[in-house]
Write a protein that binds this ligand. Sequence first.
Ligand code: PHE
Length: 360
Amino acid sequence: MANTDPATLQSDTIARIEAADSLDALEAIRVDSLGKKGSVSLAMRSLGQLEGDARREAGQQLNAIKESITTALEARKSTLAEAALNEKLASETVDISLAPRPEAEGRIHPLSRTLEEVTAIFAEMGFTVAEGPDIESDYYNFTALNIPPEHPARQEHDTFYLTPDAEGRRKVLRTHTSPVQIRTMEKIKPPIRIIAPGRTYRSDHDATHSPMFHQCEGLVIGKDIHMGHLKGCLIDFCRAFFGVDDLPVRFRPSYFPFTEPSAEVDIGCSREGGGLKIGAGDDWLEILGSGMVNPRVLQHCGIDPDEYQGFAFGMGLERIAMLKYGIPDLRPFYDSDLRWMRHYGFVPFDPPSIHLGLGA
Ligand code: PHE
């Protein structure tokens, strides 16, 4: 625009800016006025022909014009950009009728779920979780638990032995979680209230035994802990775990070298019609071993049996999972077969079934 009157130059340009109906049109106006060969730039260049005050005055005026054009360009640009966005939003729609692609959804393994449930129940009773190594010394797995070298209980455990060291000492894959009792009592002073879930190993393999399986140990030590506490704790646990409030629980005298007296815990069930029903009928099902900690075990750990006593228990996690969830065979637990996982596994974020129980 070859307009030499600055005021007209300004009002014309701003009018064109305000009328611009696209970002492209606006850009053309910018090049036309502020570009290298634009009207404002040309007017600036022609200042050289003026002298003194007139030149200064005209210069200031042109700078002000340049600024007002720049401001108008920016304002129009954001208005146009917003309008373009609104138009796009109004015209574009998401087709929600399209079916979503199937998502590969994982499952929680029944054993993980069982461990979560057991831990939650005992946590509510004030137990904390303790751990020990899978590879144990003979001392922790047997001797400290009152199972001396020639004791017949050693044969019953079908122990896996590791290669002996230079002094002929053989480590073992722990045959139960009971060594964690010893490790805990060596480490912390009573009162003690722990559970110790973990892997255990025995050379045994059939539909209900696997060379690697899981147990959960429990240990409570205090000054006044007695058999009544053992019974109350385990009855509460069985009823909470199986979700049957009046589940019959029976304590049957038994023997473990590390507890005296010892009791195996059975729950009431019915086997009528070939199916197993927990909490009904007049049959019994063994689910865990327990007893009052043998004073010799306390002595091995430097705890005075005249001052302290307590109880311990141990249960097979696969076994209670199979009973609760009606899983007939143990072997597929470790097969990683997705069909099995889809059938017996749990959908993540489902509420834990301790609140639903078997009745749900
Ligand atoms: N360790 C025993 C077993 O594996 C179970 C048990 C633990 C029994 C604690 C009594 C006390 O069979």
